[in-house]
Design a protein around this ligand. Sequence first.
Ligand code: MRU
Length: 335
Amino acid sequence: MEIKPIEFKNNLLILIDQRKLPKKEEYFICKNYKDAIYAIKEMVVRGAPAIGVTAAYGISLYVINENSKENLLKNFNTICKEIADTRPTAVNLFWAIEKMRKKFEELKDKSLSEIKLEMLNEADKLFNEDIEINKKIGENGAKLIKDNSNILTHCNAGALATAGYGTALGVIRSAFYSGKNIHVYVDETRPFLQGSRLTAWELMKENIPCTLICDNMAGFLMKLGKIDSIIVGADRIASNGDTANKIGTYSLAVLAKKHNIPFYVAAPYSTFDFNIKTGKEIPIEERPGIEITEMFTKDSAPEGVKTFNPAFDVTDAELITAIITEREILYPPLK
Ligand code: MRU
């Protein structure tokens, strides 16, 4: 069954509410750009490409609901800035906003109704392209996945994290549907549990064989010879190939090196940030400590305990076997 995480219909942006999964499949409706901002900030929608597409539709919602061209010209950049301020690490957010801003510049002299139509077309274009790109990434990456193999993945880089199909899970889907006998180990991905709540849900929906493990079990599984390859998504890739992804990715890459297991990153080209040389320049989002102390159960930590909750880490390019994109497979470190 096809998963539709994002849909734009009748001037409404309809998002699967990822906070409610896997227990409930509910939808969060964005009527205006403020709703889209809330959805990104509060993790109704998450995952780098999905955030980008939501931002593009958020801008469209603003334009659609603005009935004065004068106000539109005056406020457009401020609204873009507000949307850009939602989350700092995934570069796809800023990439998508930039695409929308460029389109707006081209349209400035047109009528208000033409601008509304064209801006929505641009967001639709980004949405449709994202699905096509993911399918291409899937096709390219599936060649690296061996028949009869066990793959470990971290976080959720699936349909839910994109406009559809997924990047890391796109590769897994593509390998599975090409007839390969594969099995996926899913890291639960503390503290927000994107692995157990979202990735396991996606894989089970399509009967792709999977087993859920706690993050701290991955090293032991590698030692036992139970993992043949690791594949993850990315939030931002520096020019040299250093890659920011969900916290815990770096530890997996170090372990993979120790155990001689190929470590793959799957991401669209838009995840590259060529303005930065290395991963040191990637801003890492820090999230509230409550995600650590209360995400599982209310009583899992003493009240008032100090917390540190970086949402992402950076994996050095030298630890990455290959970066799978829609265009080609790259082998870091990159020049
Ligand atoms: O905090 P999240 O859930 O937005 O983090 C998501 C990830 O780290 C994903 O692995 C990444 O965005 C790639 S999604 C195709």
